[in-house]
Design a protein around this ligand. Structure first.
Ligand SMILES: Nc1ncnc2c1ncn2[C@@H]1O[C@H](COP(=O)(O)OP(=O)(O)OP(=O)(O)O)[C@@H](O)[C@H]1O
Ligand SMILES: [Mg+2]
Length: 261
C-alpha cells in the first residue's frame, strides 16, 4: 500500500530526526514508519531517550524531520507553510503534555478557550465550553486559576483546551506523569472515552503499563527505532502487559506477537 495516498488520520513514513549535542549528532529517530487508524487508542512506549517525544513532536508538526514525512488526513504536513501548518494543527490536533502547560494568570475557562481566540475565532463558544467543562467534571472549577486546582483538575483543563477546537486527533505526551495513580486512571478513562464515544484518534506516550493497558495497540521504540508493535487485547491487566513489554525490549518476544504469554 502506498501510505501517502492513504486517508488514515496519521501516517509516518521513514522518519529520521537528528539533534546536535555539542560536537556530536544524536539520531533521536531512525527510519520510523507507522500508520495509526481512525478512532483508535495507541500508546507509544520505550525507555527514556528512545525517541517517544521526538516522534510525537514530529507527528504534531512542532518540529520537522531530517528525512521522511508525516501525513495527517492525507496531507503531508512538511509541504505546508508555517502559517498553514499552525492553522492545520489547530484544526486537526489537540496536544496534552505532562506539565499541563496552563497559563497561571488565566482562569480554567480562559485557558481552555485560548486556542480558539488565538486562531482568530470570535463566535459563540459558551455552549461548547459548558459541554466540555461538564464532560470533564470541572464545571465548578471554571473560574479558578491553575494554582487553585489539583493536578488532576489541571490536566482535565489541559484536555479541555486540547478539545476546544474539536480536533480529530489527540496527542498526549506522558499525560499522567505528574498525577497520582487514581487521578492518572481518571485521565486514561477520559482519553478512552474520547476514542470510544467520539471516534477521535488518541496517541499517548507513556512509560506506565497501567496507562498503556487502556490503549488498543502499543508501539515500542528503542534507540530511535520502531522495535515492535502489538495489540493489547490479550493483556487484560498492567502486569501481563508489562511482562510482555519487557520481553519485547529484551528481544525475547517474537516480533509483532499479539498473543499473551
Ligand atoms: N532538542 C533537542 N536537542 C538535542 N537533543 C535532543 C533534543 N530533543 C531530544 N534530544 C535527544 O534525542 C533523544 C530522544 O529524546 P526524546 O525526548 O524523544 O526521548 P523520550 O523517549 O521522549 O525520553 P523521555 O522518556 O525521557 O521523555 C535523546 O537522546 C535526547 O537527548
Ligand atoms: Mg519524552
Amino acid at each position: 500500500m502506498n501510505v501517502s495516498d492513504s486517508v488514515q488520520p496519521l501516517c509516518v513514513e521513514y522518519l529520521t530526526k537528528r539533534f546536535r549535542q555539542g560536537q556530536h549528532w544524536v539520531e533521536a529517530l531512525r527510519d520510523v514508519s507507522l500508520t495509526i487508524e481512525r478512532g483508535t487508542f495507541t500508546a507509544i512506549m520505550g525507555a527514556s531517550g528512545s525517541g517517544k517525544s521526538t516522534l510525537m513532536h514530529l507527528m504534531a508538526g512542532l518540529t520537522s524531520p531530517d528525512a521522511g514525512q508525516v501525513i495527517v488526513d492525507g496531507q503531508n504536513i512538511s509541504k505546508l507553510s508555517d502559517g498553514d501548518l499552525t492553522r492545520f494543527r489547530r484544526q486537526k490536533i489537540g496536544l496534552v503534555f505532562q506539565a499541563f502547560n496552563l497559563i497561571p494568570t488565566l482562569t480554567a475557562e480562559d485557558n481552555i478557550t485560548l486556542p480558539l481566540f488565538a486562531s482568530g475565532y470570535s463566535g459563540e463558544i459558551r455552549e461548547k465550553l459548558d459541554d466540555l467543562l461538564d464532560r470533564l467534571g470541572i464545571a465548578e472549577r471554571r473560574k479558578h486559576r491553575p494554582d487553585a486546582l489539583s493536578g488532576g483538575e489541571q490536566q482535565r483543563v489541559a484536555i479541555a483546551r486540547a478539545l476546544i477546537t474539536d480536533p480529530s486527533i489527540v496527542l498526549a505526551d506522558e499525560p499522567t506523569g505528574s498525577l497520582d495513580s487514581a487521578t492518572g486512571e481518571e485521565t486514561c478513562r477520559i482519553l478512552k472515552e474520547l476514542c470510544t464515544e467520539q471516534n477521535r484518534t488518541i496517541v499517548v506516550v507513556t512509560h506506565e503499563p497501567s496507562v498503556a493497558v487502556w490503549a488498543e495497540r502499543i508501539i515500542v521504540l528503542k534507540d530511535g527505532r520502531l522495535l515492535d508493535e502489538f495489540e493489547t487485547a490479550n493483556f487484560c491487566d498492567p502486569h501481563s502487559l508489562a511482562a510482555h513489554y519487557q520481553d519485547v525490549l529484551r528481544g525475547a518476544a517474537p516480533a509483532g506477537t499479539e498473543v499473551a504469554q
